[in-house]
Ligand binder design. Sequence first.
Ligand code: PGA
Length: 252
Amino acid sequence: MRKKIIAGNWKMNKTLEEGKILASEVVNMAKDELRDDVQLVLCAPFVHLGSLQSMLADSTIALGAQNCSNHASGAYTGETSATMLKSIGVDYVILGHSERREYFGETDSLLAEKVDMALENGLLPIFCCGEPLDVREKDGQRAYVQQQIEESLFHLSAEDFGNVIIAYEPIWAIGTGKTASADQAQEMHAAIRKQITEQYGEEVANNTSILYGGSMKPGNAEELLACLDVDGGLIGGASLKSRDFVDIAKSY
Ligand code: PGA
């Protein structure tokens, strides 16, 4: 059975104190209100991860980073390696977010290296894919996403691929308040699962969690999460409010 995952992507938000308050609110609400078959993940800025790790240690909530280097170690000023993340208790790492692709020039081949680095160090990559608006307007979204997945992930063995989580995030829906309709999300998620089936077989495909991201909030989460091939969400803006984030997870 594939895991249901609700991951919060805090992006570059929150001071340490604010982040600790947010995390402790999520821990307390989750303990009282959530079923334990939904895995919550908090993907916080690098500098907060060490402090949050000790806060989350006794909870079922996992810790995630938002990026890692494609290099193992060495003279890469300002970079953070997958080994370092693992050493402080990080479990998940978001890779290939559209903001990293757009503002930091991350390419499919660079992301293939980052995915390798994450997996070699026992981190679970949340690999983001998704098309810009002009591609959607020309109905090119399936080919666009397929290429992202093929070029960054299909060099992996079936065993390694089994540790990858995919997040489909149409760029036109990120931070815009526009959400893909449940039909649009389901159609793309089913296409991604079919692509995985063709490459790795049905068992691997059925065990792969495919999350939806892009303006998911308490008001639309139930409909999106009810889709057969939507296995959770990657939540940006709404993950900055503990009540909204936990309510999204509750709508499963
Ligand atoms: P959003 O961001 O929920 O604010 O649209 C999602 C994401 O970028 O992961």
